[in-house]
Design a protein around this ligand. Structure first.
Ligand code: UD1
Length: 336
């Protein structure tokens, strides 16, 4: 069986964890990434082609040169408040570039795609936890840019031989258990990463964005999923498509919600540090509570998460951030 796959955005945080699992499972992996937020350093397997999905000439050339059995499409912008400030960038990088990719897939006969979507497509859901049938009503340009990409994929699949799996990610965090790869972007805004930075004294304080949500402690609730479990969901999805199964959408979360205050308390406890926490106003575009119903992915893909404890997610993030800090200190001591 042809096991050659293209991974767009494979040098990024989630993509690089999937690339490692694909490599270990014997896939031949080509990574297409513009390295705007990703890096070759995050790649433990595969061949990196530095390219942008807006560069359709290069994209087409890569797709027609190789005989890919499937494409895993991660490349995207993903920061909610940034999408509010720069909507056109999000529609361009997320929606238009997905269209470019689909057109190139269509021209080169690629008929399987796994797409990184997001819980942000549900917006402020009326029913919690959200199932895959919960109405999609995104409340920010990021969520809308991803939902429009889902529609492009579904509409094209309806009239072609394309089969897809759309994975809607909840709040991804953590690092590979051997701590060789993790989140590298210095501008990452995720709560767990920011809290770990505060614990490591890389920032002087942590801001809680909003304490007046209608949640038990007033702070927003999210369903945090370990990046390694999210990565294994992609391999399950790929095998599912390889067996000729029908196109599907799956939520990727554990179905457990933690408030911002709860996360911050666990980071302090696990790191055995304290840091100032300042209550600030809400961030634009933030919903109060997002939690997944994940029965479908467990049943249909037989997805079996292994790291579904908030403490494991925090501990691996912290270990990764400490490792990065140690590496930086080592570099500084070599230079000076
Ligand atoms: C994250 C993802 C988004 C995904 C969504 C699914 C990123 C950058 N964003 O968004 O792609 O669609 O999960 O649910 O990966 N917070 C603070 N202080 C901080 C940082 C965050 O109070 O310093 C709060 C936020 O206001 C929010 C919660 O923590 O209420 C989680 O924020 P964050 O980790 O940035 O993720 P989301 O915005 O939920």
């Amino acid at each position: 069986m042809n096991k050659k796959v293209l991974v767009t955005g494979g040098a990024g945080y989630i993509g690089s964890h999937v690339v490692r699992q694909l490599g270990e499972a014997g896939y031949d992996v080509i990574i297409y990434d513009n390295c705007s937020t990703g890096s070759a350093e995050s790649l433990l397997f595969g061949e990196l082609i530095i390219g942008d999905l807006a560069d359709t000439k290069l994209l087409y050339q890569v797709l027609s040169q190789h005989k890919f059995s499937a494409v895993l499409h991660f490349a995207a912008s993903l920061i909610v408040p940034e999408s509010v400030a720069r909507p056109l960038d999000y529609y361009s990088n997320n929606t238009r570039n997905t269209l470019n990719l689909l057109e190139c897939c269509s021209l080169t006969g690629i008929n399987k795609i796994i797409f990184s979507s997001t819980a942000a497509v549900y917006g402020e859901p009326e029913q919690i936890p959200v199932t895959e049938l919960t109405p999609t009503q995104p409340i920010n340009p990021y969520g809308r840019s991803k939902l429009m990409s889902e529609w492009l994929i579904q509409d094209y699949a309806a009239v072609s031989n394309l089969n897809y799996v759309i994975l809607r990610y909840f709040n991804v965090a953590g690092a590979e258990p051997r701590i060789r790869i993790g989140q590298i972007s210095p501008n990452a805004t995720h709560l767990i990463k920011v809290a770990c930075d505060a614990a490591l004294k890389r920032r002087s304080e942590l801001l809680i964005f909003g304490t007046d949500f209608s949640t038990p402690d007033g702070t927003a609730i999210r369903d945090y999923i370990h990046v390694e479990d999210l990565a294994s969901a992609h391999l399950d999805a790929l095998r599912y498509l390889e067996k000729g199964n029908q196109s599907e959408i799956f939520n990727c979360g554990y179905g457990a919600g933690y408030s911002v205050r709860e996360v911050v308390e666990r980071v302090k406890a696990i790191s055995e540090t304290d840091f100032p926490v300042i209550e600030a106003k809400r961030r634009p575009g933030d919903p109060a509570c997002v939690m997944a119903e994940s029965d479908k992915i467990r049943q249909v893909l037989n997805w079996q998460p292994k790291y579904n404890q908030l403490d494991t997610i925090i501990a691996t993030t912290l270990a990764w951030e400490m490792r990065k800090k140690a590496k930086q200190n080592h570099l500084v001591s070599r230079i000076f």
